[in-house]
Write a protein that binds this ligand. Structure first.
Ligand code: NAP
Length: 356
């Protein structure tokens, strides 16, 4: 693959999303012109922040109307682009029809975007935002992985339409992308597999990402009696944006990349906020006992099934991020900085009112 030219525009799908907005901001700061593909380019609540980013320059932002389920709707946005960042995919856990709400937009949407890339002769590289969810379903899967740690060689084999359908949608979408890359030789594929993304949102009031939901839950007192000690990985949204851009412009970048800074859990995440916010917010301080969660969890939250609790609570999460560090030359913020900046962002946006 030859060197890519930063003078050409790049396309970002789902550009208004929590993760993508940071990718757009950092690209524009590097002087790159961004073709921002969104569902509703006239909805200022969704895109106002992108327009502001574009005004700051030195690069620019041009909005395009595209929908994952509308064939060919990304073609205009891709015109003249060498790189396509494909981030658009529904990230919600609360669904009634997982096939329609998650799997179809994720998989058919990926097919739609990649077919359009093949029809656009300028496109040379696609950076796909997959997820660690395409690698594992439950924390218990870490121990089952070779050497007891998740690597890029591991694939999620346990999610389904009826158990953790979001993880299933990400797994099927990434598999589809690897299948389609083989059918052509115009563009190559570089995949980002982020763990749970935390840190500030560029549009906190209108963010629908589960990342914002979890921060709100930590701060609004819902977990004041304690948090489930569920093993997770965490990555800062700003570091993840850097990883995407490095993935696009590092010639040698290849394959999947686990983008996860910290092997942690919800109790540790809550505790990291205590020094700065412990006096004024009802943050979780301790771990809830697993037996209690097994007893009441399913009644409190339908997503908190006994199987999920059994497979995640008090179980360590472990992933190896050495490939991404070495190949993409990225570094990671501390957990405390990520959590504090994300929390402060919600306070500043007036979204955390439930003080002690
Ligand atoms: P987000 O803020 O909800 O962004 C999702 C984006 O996808 C939005 O722009 C959304 O558009 C778009 N989208 C959803 N359905 C669409 C459709 N049918 N047609 C066109 N666009 C559609 O969530 P996020 O956290 O930034 O997630 C971005 C990507 O990162 C996703 O691929 C997600 O799976 C991946 N990821 C996220 C995390 C995390 O912890 N946040 C971790 C690993 C991977 P609307 O605003 O119009 O709905």
């Amino acid at each position: 693959m030859k060197e890519l030219n930063k003078n050409n525009p790049v396309c970002v799908t789902g550009a208004n999303g929590y993760v993508a907005s940071w990718i757009v901001k950092k690209l524009v700061e590097q002087g790159i012109n961004v073709h921002a593909a969104v569902r509703n380019p006239s909805n200022m609540n969704k895109v106002g922040h992108l327009i502001e980013i574009g005004k700051l320059g030195p690069g620019s932002v041009t909005l395009f109307k595209s929908d994952l389920l509308e064939q060919g709707s990304y073609e205009n946005a891709m015109k003249g682009c060498e790189v396509v960042f494909h981030t658009a995919s529904p990230f919600t856990l609360d669904v009634t029809d997982p096939q329609k709400q998650l799997v179809d937009p994720a998989v058919k949407g990926t097919e739609n975007v990649l077919h359009s890339a093949s029809k656009t002769p300028t496109v040379k590289r696609i950076v796909l935002t997959s997820s660690c969810a395409a690698i594992y379903t439950d924390a218990v899967d870490c121990a089952k992985a070779p050497r007891g740690v998740l690597t890029e060689d591991v694939w999620n084999t346990t999610a389904s339409l009826t158990y953790q359908p979001y993880s299933y949608s990400k797994t099927m979408a990434e598999k589809k992308a690897w299948e389609l890359v083989e059918l052509q030789n115009q563009w190559d594929l570089v995949v980002m597999n982020p763990s749970f993304v935390m840190g500030p949102s560029l549009n906190p009031k209108y963010s629908t990402s589960e990342s914002t939901n979890v921060l709100k839950m930590l701060g609004n007192g819902e977990m004041k009696m304690g948090a489930p000690k569920m093993g997770v990985g965490v990555i800062d949204v700003r570091d993840l944006a850097d990883a995407h851009i490095a993935g696009a412009f590092t010639k040698e970048a290849k394959g999947r990349h686990i983008i996860s800074a910290h092997n942690t859990n919800y109790v540790e995440m809550g505790r990291s906020l205590l020094p700065k916010y412990g006096q004024s917010f009802a943050l979780p301080k301790k771990a809830l006992p697993k037996w209690l969660l097994l007893l009441v969890g399913p009644m409190v939250n339908s997503l908190f099934t006994r199987k999920f609790i059994k497979n995640n609570v008090n179980i360590e999460w472990k992933a190896d991020h050495s490939k991404a560090k070495k190949e993409l030359g990225i570094s990671f913020r501390s957990l405390q900085e990520t959590m504090e900046d994300g929390f402060q962002n919600l306070i500043d946006a007036g979204m955390l009112a439930n003080k002690k």
